[in-house]
Design a protein. Structure first.
Length: 449
């Protein structure tokens, strides 16, 4: 689907903003039943899984959604090849494809966009999006980010070469980077994907020369950008700022607005469904896009069912995010469900002293792209502003020296790019990377300074 097709799909989704709450709920119910039926008949796993719980064909149309057995990451990974409805798709083949093909633009089997999680709950997990589901993600993202700009005005801006800066972990296949890369190009805008791993010196040079109209990035990256603007090292004038990938605090939002003089559009998403909701000041929380997702918020758990992914159905998939639901008021801006807060996603940036004696940083998601044979997980421990440790958990039988050499080669390249070669670090094998009981995830970074 090209530019016109994406605009048409966006326009169709945009009409849902004007629908009533009951119309949205009816549409969501219809879509989830259609997905359930498709999965029951086309996915070997779901057919056997539901049958084992006594769920038959006739039950699919009437069983309450919260009575359908859920799945989690462990079940998903163990049954990956049986969950997918395209029998050509195979996890082992995907892993070989990812090792060989580093370009994000290259599709698996020339059809599937592959994204992976950050690995904060263990080994990064792969999720596939066929052409239709990927285009739905791009259209939903554009719908969320354009705000009150009409489609005619948006088309006019794309024709004028609107400049869009994306600053985050741009290496690898993180969902945000994949969607930003495809979406910015697909809608006709001029992109600059700035790797958060670059030195601040390069940030200043590249951003000033690019002079963006729109900025997309992690809140932690936008914070650093705002600091550089406040120090008169960067001079830009933007009309839209979009955050995602990490929680945006009230203090951050106020700071961004005071420096950039524009509203903040905060996207909620995950690798399982890249565009799930949107937060703005006027919304008093997040709206969850019920027209493309079925999100269930319970006291202890959150379950997601993307309503558009028929190739890899995720039905009542348990997320590790903890959400605080909010009641809808009488005059809501949009006809969607609301949540108040997203918890359990913060990771700490590690600040160090670079080769010039200046402050620079390593972001947890960029260092999370490290890969090595036999590795189950790793964790960074900052000891001082010139020293850190990488703790690694290995599979049984894996050779630590091989893993260590592979990690050191990659880490040295990262430090060279960041001009942090004076840092000291060591790699240490541990029996296990502990899980933070309050978040359900292992902390990528801890500080023992």
């Amino acid at each position: 689907m090209g530019y016109i097709g994406l605009m048409t799909k966006t326009n169709k989704l945009n009409h849902n903003f004007q629908k009533s709450r009951s119309e949205i709920l009816d549409k969501r119910e219809q879509k989830v039943r259609e997905l359930l039926k498709h999965a029951y008949y086309n996915s070997e796993f779901y057919h056997e899984y539901y049958s084992s719980y006594g769920i038959r064909d006739g039950d699919i149309r009437e069983i309450p959604i919260n009575k359908i057995p859920s799945i989690d990451k462990k079940i998903f990974v163990e049954n990956f090849n049986r969950i997918v409805t395209d029998k050509r798709v195979n996890l082992q083949h995907i892993e070989r494809f990812l090792m060989k093909e580093k370009s994000r633009d290259k599709k698996y089997l020339d059809e599937y966009a592959i994204v992976h999680s950050s690995g904060s709950t263990g080994k990064p997990t792969c999720f596939i999006y066929d052409r239709n589901s990927w285009e739905t993600i791009l259209a939903a993202g554009f719908r969320a980010c354009k705000g009150e700009v009409g489609l005619k005005e948006a088309i006019s801006k794309s024709l004028r070469g609107l400049r869009v800066l994306y600053v985050a972990a741009t290496e690898g296949r993180f969902g945000g980077a994949m969607a930003a890369n495809s979406g910015i190009k697909g809608f006709g805008f001029r992109p600059l994907l700035l790797n958060i791993n670059l030195s601040l010196e390069l940030w200043i040079d590249k951003i000033n020369r690019f002079n963006p109209d729109v900025i997309i990035g992690y809140p932690s990256a936008i914070k650093i950008l705002c600091d550089l603007i406040s120090d008169n090292k960067i001079k830009i004038n933007v009309f839209r700022v979009i955050t995602g990938g990490e929680p945006t605090t009230r203090e951050q939002r106020r700071y961004f607005q005071s420096v950039l003089h524009t509203d903040i559009f905060n996207i909620y998403g995950a690798s399982e469904s890249i565009i799930m909701g949107l937060e703005r000041d006027t919304y008093q929380g997040f709206y969850i896009f019920d027209d493309i997702n079925y999100l269930e918020v319970e006291e202890e758990h959150t379950f997601i069912t993307p309503l558009y992914n028929y190739s890899q159905p995720l039905i009542r998939y348990k997320l590790t995010d903890k959400l605080m639901s909010a009641e809808r008021l009488e005059n809501e801006a949009l006809p969607f469900s609301k949540i108040k807060e997203i918890m359990g996603r913060n990771e700490e940036i590690m600040w160090f002293i670079n080769d010039k004696g200046e402050k620079d940083f390593l972001h947890p998601l960029i260092i999370n792209t490290l890969e090595a044979e036999g590795i189950i997980g790793y964790q960074f421990v900052q000891r001082s502003n010139r020293m850190f440790e990488i703790r690694v958990e290995l599979r049984q039988g894996a050779d630590f020296n091989t893993t260590q050499n592979q990690l050191r080669k990659q880490m040295d390249n990262i430090l060279k790019e960041k001009k942090l070669l004076y840092l000291n670090y060591r790699i240490k094998q541990v029996n296990t990377i502990p899980i933070n009981t309050s978040t359900g995830k292992s902390n990528v970074v801890i500080k023992e300074i």
